[in-house]
Design a binder for this molecule. Structure first.
Ligand code: ADP
Ligand code: MG
Length: 256
């Protein structure tokens, strides 16, 4: 029997005024899978990630993570279910170092109470040490450990994009959502980022949804691809199946 999907988007709709950003969308993410989410600008891709991470409330339908509905959960409640995401734009804390940025993200997933934190009990100190260890470990994996003490905003753009992924990983997610992680990167940087995402996926047993415009990136990382247009799912399948689909070609040609 096929294992149940880790994430189910069940007939979800979201409108902004008259715009149907996401329209009756059904989509599954299987365990250990990399799902590419593509489509022209304005297709509703980012809105899908916002709905999954509860940054935006759904109008109708349901989203389930390992069987649990996220309908009434705030973003940190969804994070506790094992979801982490990056944003299309850089979301770093300016004035904090690279390590401090990573640690700030790690604190989201800490299990000690506020009281322990305030009283600085040994348990919270152990947690603190554990977070720092996890952060340095993942920074090293992404080649950023040498930058740990630098102001995050002083890093070149490409390395800031890597740090965004580090911040997501230190929360120890099981599902990672990436919104255009390679946007603005050159081919070499984009390939490096793709290889690191693949490595992280194996090492942390992640299931991933990734939005990207670079088709080489999508082709080389995705097990399966969902193509959206006007809030709806146009087609899904392997990259080789969807890339020649006449409807897909038409919606991309229409854009350009
Ligand atoms: N917060 C918002 N308020 C109003 N309209 C929005 C908002 N977010 C997205 N939209 C609209 O929803 C549609 C889908 O946007 P988006 O999900 O960002 O698309 P994509 O990521 O595929 O480019 C667009 O028409 C966009 O203008
Ligand atoms: Mg977008």
């Amino acid at each position: 029997m096929k294992a149940a999907p880790v994430l189910v988007v069940d007939n979800v709709s979201k409108a902004f005024g008259g715009v149907r950003a996401v329209d009756s969308l059904c989509m599954d993410l299987n365990k250990g899978e990399v799902l590419g989410l593509i489509g022209p600008n304005g297709a509703g891709k980012t809105t899908v990630l916002n709905l999954i991470s509860s940054v935006t409330r759904i109008d109708s339908g349901d989203i389930r993570i390992n069987g649990t509905s996220t309908r009434n959960l705030p973003p940190h409640g969804v994070a506790r279910l094992g979801i982490a995401r990056t944003f299309q734009e850089i979301h770093l804390f300016k004035g904090l170092t690279v390590l401090e940025n990573a640690k700030a993200a790690g604190h989201l997933s800490v299990r000690y109470s506020l009281f322990d934190g305030l009283a600085s009990l040994p348990r919270s100190r152990r947690e603190e040490a554990k977070i720092e260890h996890t952060c340095m470990d993942i920074l090293r994996m992404f080649g950023l450990h040498g930058d740990a003490g630098k102001d995050a905003s002083s890093l070149p753009y490409g390395r800031q994009k890597l740090l965004e992924i580090v911040k997501a990983l230190v929360t120890e997610p099981s599902i990672l959502l990436l919104d255009e992680p390679a946007a603005g990167l050159n081919t070499e940087e984009s390939n490096e980022l793709r290889d690191l995402v693949k490595e992280a996926q194996k090492r942390f047993s992640l299931s991933i949804i990734v939005i990207e415009h670079t088709m080489e990136f999508i082709a080389s990382i995705s097990d399966r691809v969902v193509v959206m247009n006007f809030g709806k799912k146009l087609v899904e399948g392997t990259w080789d199946e969807v890339r020649c689909d006449p409807e897909v070609l038409r919606c991309y040609l229409g854009e350009d």
